[in-house]
Design a binder for this molecule. Sequence first.
Ligand code: LLP
Length: 416
Amino acid sequence: MDYFNYEDGILYAEDVAVQEIAAEYGTPLYIYSRKTLERHWRAFDSAVGNHPHLICYAVKANSNLGVLSVLAKLGSGFDIVSAGELARVIEAGGDPKKVVFSGVGKTAEEIEYALACNILCFNVESESELQRISDVAVRCGKVANISLRINPDVDAKTHPYISTGLKANKFGIASDRALATYELAASLPNLHVVGMDCHIGSQLTELSPFVDALKRLLTLIDQLADKNIHIKHLDVGGGLGVRYKDEQPPLPDAYAQAMAEQMQGREDLMLILEPGRAISGNAGILVTKVEFIKAGEEKNFAIVDAAMNDLLRPALYSAWQEIIPLKQKSNATPTVYDIVGPVCETGDFLGKDRKLAISEGDLLAVRSAGAYGFVMASNYNSRCRPAEILVDENQAHVVREREKQKDLWKGEHKIS
Ligand code: LLP
């Protein structure tokens, strides 16, 4: 559930009319809801119940400082994949001791920075990475807590670009190499083996792949205990899907409970979850203005002022995101449009075949844009990236200013 609702035909973000925010800050514009972020985070946290746990929000989904600060205040942990994300977490007031560091390509500089910040754990994806972390830790006189990301080879049944837990994917360590790799980890200097992790994919709409993966990891944890390697936490990654159209993903409650159930009798094994999309996805919208209506022979186009550079998901994954008017028109007859942006690419669309009663100048909201929205935005076609607003009850805070033209060439140099 989110806090973007119609009242008397007008779309509100919490207690503020979206059209008022758009009038003040212009379009395209990302708007997030604090109450929605908090509600989703708490849903995970409370569903796990009394089992020792940590919710590590996946920063990559939406790394705006405003969003991170809201979650930091709840006591959230964070899953990061770069030094930049770690710096953001710290800047937003997050606790580095609650940070897990994922990703297949950590550089020596990133490892050194994370060690200096005393993060909770490195989620390691290869033997070479283990060696590198050990070398850096020795050089810095630090001990690195490590977890191995195991690839459990389960089918997440999601889009191939966001499926990560199959043998064919670049992620993690194959299950049949797990024991040997843990033995290697235990033998390397300045490493402290503390965890096991996995992440099988994103936008999953069924519980069974999560449960299968968890069971496989628990079996491995028992095998390791026989070899005197004791795992203290199990990180099951992120991946719980959200409703964009008619998907029926399990609610965070059911998901977290299913995970906690499998952990019964293992109270000394802390459970870590890394949800991203399920926390921020439906906590954000992208507001855009209809610039032109263009009737074609085969199609009608609504050309809007947001484009693939602002929201890439439709172009990249053919993702479907709901598009709704800021003001409902009860008597108007709807027409079918492709909602397209001004970028010079045929793939530049936000939605296809949408039935809407719209005219030039109307404002629309693309829903479920709070995750993998602004973070994947670019300056393609030299377009300034949108502003971001965080609504907190009746207040709309600017949490990122709209880029200005001079920002477009920041750090560039002419030559004579
Ligand atoms: N943990 C790890 C190690 C991950 O790689 C990811 C996402 C997450 C957690 C969070 O997954 P979530 O709960 O958000 O599903 N850009 C794509 C999604 C890419 C997800 C990458 N990894 C999209 O727009 O659908």
